[in-house]
Write a protein that binds this ligand. Structure first.
Ligand SMILES: Cc1cc2nc3c(=O)[nH]c(=O)nc-3n(C[C@H](O)[C@H](O)[C@H](O)COP(=O)(O)OP(=O)(O)OC[C@H]3O[C@@H](n4cnc5c(N)ncnc54)[C@H](O)[C@@H]3O)c2cc1C
Length: 378
């Protein structure tokens, strides 16, 4: 087993917190990863699967268990049954942004707006990563998953992963049980072969972020470069020189609320409709059929509201920090909680709770954290 000397998790997480684990394993091949997982599960000791550490807030107490670092990499090109498309099967430990760079260079469209998101490919479906209107659910066809209960590896279609807004059946805070316990070994995406030339930009959210009109035509490389520039200005591309990036990206999720609750919020609060599920197929037994099909009940869609707006309008400006704390809101982005230098996990959690409290007393809703919590509670 490829055991390595353990190092504190604070050195492996972008929020820079986390204590020393008992044991650390680095898996560089799928076989090593599968063996390490099976033996850790058989052991029964606590287990943390670690990708890039960019979506984790880990407590500073020693981690009484095993950390498996996913270090597999590689991209395999596969034909797609859809004309004009191609599939990429990618190892779980492959760097996400390196995959985006590869796809863009090869003229494959579908993930370019997610340029600059840190972390590994295997963790991407865990919270259905997304940016500027693109989410991995739009291009993911299947994953290879090792099941925690059986230790068996199987191919799971994307529509069985419960991919929703920054969630899936795999995502869970430590101490709680996910809907489907398992670890992703490979991810298969289906991307459109569009080449390197200019083409219209799909998606209003992306066009708005890049300052483009509906008529604009640009290349995938142009989109990638400009997404990276835009993200850098917000401290959303990891940079060891920029403490605004010592974060887990957005710490709070945009809130999904009912239309009636949304009407209680100030009209200036940015909001977007969340499409309701389509009505299930209505089956009318022949004996009960009276010659007409009843109209399906129309339901107002839920509403997604901007957590950044709620935070700023509860009186907490960018850069806000509690007295004597080493945790602060990013000076560039009100949604990112940042570690300004040796902040403890407790200091970060204290700021998160303070923000939740302010937003709740001002607007009546509790913002939910986006990163996975390990040994920390809010
Ligand atoms: C500066 C910054 C900007 C960000 N911007 C965005 C953004 O725009 N959009 C967005 O969606 N996210 C964003 N994030 C969050 C983060 O980058 C993503 O969630 C990313 O997918 C996490 O990948 P990781 O490899 O670092 O996962 P980790 O943090 O290592 O792990 C996260 C969770 O996934 C589990 N996990 C890891 N690998 C696997 C696997 N192979 N199988 C099963 N479970 C696994 C871990 O056990 C853990 O529970 C940002 C983070 C930072 C720091």
């Amino acid at each position: 087993m490829p055991d390595v000397p353990p190092i504190p998790l604070a050195q492996l997480t972008t929020l820079r917190t986390g204590g020393m684990p008992d044991r650390m394993i680095e898996a560089h091949t799928t076989d090593e990863l599968v063996d390490a997982l099976r033996s850790a599960w058989a052991d029964g000791a606590p287990l943390l699967v670690l990708g890039g550490g960019s979506n984790l807030l880990i407590g500073d107490e020693p981690f009484d268990g095993t950390v498996i670092r996913v270090g597999t990499s590689g991209i395999e090109r596969l034909p797609s049954p859809r004309p004009g498309f191609e599939r990429l099967r990618v190892q779980a430990g492959h760097d996400w942004d390196a995959l985006v760079a590869y796809a863009v260079a090869e003229g494959l469209a579908g993930i370019e707006a997610m340029s600059g998101i840190p972390g590994t490919v295997g963790a991407a479906p865990v919270q259905n990563i997304g940016a500027y209107g693109q989410e991995i659910v739009q291009t993911l066809t299947e994953v290879e998953l090792i099941d925690e209960h059986t230790g068996q590896v199987s191919t799971v279609p994307a529509d069985e992963l419960g991919l929703g807004f920054r969630t899936s059946v795999l995502k869970h805070h430590y101490g709680s049980v996910p809907e489907r316990p398992g670890v992703i070994l490979t991810v298969t995406l289906e991307l459109e072969q569009v080449g390197r030339g200019e083409r219209p930009v799909v998606g209003e959210q992306l066009r708005t972020a890049l300052g483009l009109g509906p008529e604009a035509s640009v290349s995938l490389a142009w989109v990638r470069d400009h997404v990276l520039d835009t993200r850098r200005r917000k401290g959303m591309v990891l940079d060891p020189e920029d403490p605004d990036t010592y974060s887990a990206g957005s710490f709070f999720q945009n809130a999904i609320v009912s239309p009636s609750f949304a009407r209680t919020l100030p009209p200036e609060c940015p909001r977007w409709p969340v499409m309701p599920d389509l009505d299930p197929v209505l089956v009318i037994p022949l004996a009960a059929y009276e010659g007409y099909v009843p109209r399906s009940a129309s339901r107002e869609s839920d509403v997604k509201v901007s957590a950044a707006w709620l935070i700023e309008h509860s009186g907490l400006r960018k850069g806000f920090k509690l007295p004597r704390s080493r945790a602060a809101l990013s000076t560039k982005h009100a949604l990112a909680i940042t570690n300004r230098g040796n902040a403890s996990a407790d200091e970060l959690a204290e700021l998160a709770r303070f923000i939740q409290g302010r937003v709740q007393s001002e607007f009546g809703l509790i913002l939910q954290p986006e990163p996975v919590l390990v040994g920390v509670e809010l």
